[in-house]
Design a protein. Structure first.
Length: 201
């Protein structure tokens, strides 16, 4: 989807001017230091992106610092090439080299608007994947250099918050819709199996 309709005066800015990005430490090393702490995973990213209720997750208490995730962190998955906001149920998990932590000025950027931009923009997708289509380069990982060169047109902060909230609400409704489909499917399967088990059939 195009972001042209959201563009305000001022022109595009490279993300390296807006974000301070840090890749997590080596997963093997950090796991060795904290074997009792679960690692923040791609599955956790999906839960946070679609806002799975925190009571349905394994809450981790007492772990903080650069080696751990924090509720509200803006992360980008190097594997999934998706951005998310860490939810309450996933704070305190090990932050590894599979993710990039993005620090930003809250007076300039709304995190959910950034997630919309990074996850849904066709322009971003083209930039991220262009290297994979070039002969001789082979497989590559998303990195801070690639992300830093991506350009974004930032609307005023209030508009960002409005649009980011719309995106956040949409993802939450999609999760609830999927849950309803699962409940319906299980109910139908139960009825069918009960009918099949009746005597005389």
């Amino acid at each position: 989807m195009s972001l042209d309709r959201f563009t305000e005066k001022g022109g595009p800015m490279k993300l390296e001017k807006i974000l301070k990005m840090n890749v997590g430490p080596n997963s093997t090393r950090i796991r060795g230091q904290y074997p009792e702490v679960p690692v923040y995973s791609v599955s956790d990213l999906e839960d946070d992106l679609f806002q799975k209720p925190s009571e349905m997750m394994s809450s981790i208490e007492g772990y903080s610092g650069p080696a751990f995730t924090k509720t509200g962190d803006l992360l980008i998955s190097i594997i999934k090439e998706k951005a998310c906001i860490v939810g309450k149920g996933n704070g305190g998990k090990l932050f590894t080299s599979a993710f990039i932590r993005c620090q930003y000025d809250e007076k300039i950027l709304d995190p959910w608007f950034f997630c919309f931009f990074f996850n849904e923009s066709e322009e971003v997708g083209k930039i991220i994947h262009v290297r994979s289509g070039m002969p001789g380069l082979g497989y590559y990982h998303l990195n801070t250099e690639i992300i830093g060169q991506i350009e974004i047109d930032l609307p005023p902060l209030e508009k960002q918050k409005t649009l980011g909230s719309l995106y956040q609400g949409c993802l939450k409704q999609l999760r609830l819709y999927d849950r309803k489909k699962e409940v319906l499917k299980k109910a139908v399967n139960l009825v069918i199996n009960e009918e099949l088990e009746k005597k005389g059939n």
